[in-house]
Design a protein around this ligand. Sequence first.
Ligand code: NAD
Ligand code: UGA
Length: 463
Amino acid sequence: MQVKNICCIGAGYVGGPTMAVIAQKCPDIDVTVVDINEQRISQWNASDLDTLPIYEPGLKEVVSQARGRNLFFSTDVDAAIAAADMIFISVNTPTKTYGKGKNMAADLKFVELCARQIARVATSDKIVVEKSTLPVRTAQAIKSVLSETGNGVEFQILSNPEFLAEGTAISDLLRPDRILIGGETSEKGEEAIQALVDVYARWVPKENILTTNVWSSELSKLVANAFLAQRVSSINAISELCEATGADVREVSKAIGMDSRIGPKFLQASVGFGGSCFQKDILNLVYIAKTFGLAEVADYWEQVILMNDHQKSRFATKILETLYNTVSGKKIAILGWAFKKDTNDTRESAAIYVADELLEERASIAVYDPKVKEERVFADLNYLESRSAEENKELVEVQNDPYEACKDAHAVAILTEWDEFKSYDWQAIYDNMLKPACVFDGRAILDRAQLEKIGFKYYCIGN
Ligand code: NAD
Ligand code: UGA
């Protein structure tokens, strides 16, 4: 079977870029990305490509090539489902905030709503692809919702988890380490797998397209994120030991990363990992292990999260202690609010939690991030409900100019590893700060010798 019409439900960080690349690489396939969020869809359709709803290097070039040719963004979910022969479900799967599995399990209500909508609208056979990250055995639940329709339509469910990282989404999509496709081992299942393999094979070498059973594919996605996050927590644990012993975590990372069995990636010590997925997916893995009565397995993986929480908190405590145990009324500049560089995404960003702890100590915070807007910073802080929105407005300012953010501050905290921070005129920043002027480098990106020569008191994570 050759796919001619794809629909993707969910125009977010995964649905938008993934479908843009599929459309760019497969000009003969019509790709429609749908979402219930009207504002998001109108931003995807905006003529000014600088106002796309997400920032990703290279994204606007891909969108500009394909949009209007064979890439469409729409709020008409029913029409797109009806026309498609392959439907990707790419909606959010956040951690549950209520009921059984609260604060651990993935909330599958959006996925189930999609399945119900597909069941209601479809009048011809469809391949339904799980692109969202889902707990193992979700495909079975989707299949059961879909097969209840009783209108004779046949559905094949595939698992095709996405491994792109934000900030490098386009290059990850163009040159993925692997494409993983899980499907049923029946004849129809294999036909469906082949149809999706044929889509990716337009630009991904065949040997990088891996096919498995559905459950292995679903579980592999959670495990991949757990392993990556575990490396960050491991090096962050060592960063604290480095600070206590005089070792330098950057040197330790380099030394161990040169062992080809360990490898150099994901060994950058930081103020803590953020992002919408690491914490959510590990919590989900822990929940699944607990559900199967595997207490030791659950505890083992939970420690990755506990270490991450500790790292964020100890960074805030370091600022407090260095500033003579009181930050009340003191201005602290935060450079970087996104959870990593080259994205405007702030979900679970360490900056939010560090700022929150400082605000609880009544510090005044000035935030600068090259891609994050003022409304987002306040929305993130208000969401925590630690203080009223009015209190946050009183204590926090968001600046468009980093030098203005640092002016008259007692300390600067680097919370995202944006490259531009390295090329600032740190002498000018120092001259306009209150003394002693401190820099707390939560990403270990600045040059200690240069800053200390200027006169800064410099603290670097893991050194
Ligand atoms: P997102 O919140 O950016 O986007 C999800 C979109 O789905 C939203 O715009 C929402 O309005 C829409 N939506 C929800 N229910 C809908 C419905 N019933 N009909 C139509 N639209 C609906 O989320 P995201 O970051 O793109 O993540 C999506 C999934 O992909 C999650 O499961 C996530 O774990 C996984 N994932 C994310 C990343 C990443 O880097 N963000 C990477 C790999 C996998
Ligand atoms: C991560 C995975 O890398 C993707 O493969 C996966 O598809 C995605 O989650 C997902 O499922 O959502 P992402 O969260 O976008 O991607 O970004 P990462 O590059 O993994 O960074 C996550 C966090 O870890 C960031 O806060 C980053 O700053 C931090 N990190 C990363 C470190 O602190 N040190 C490192 O060495 C690497």
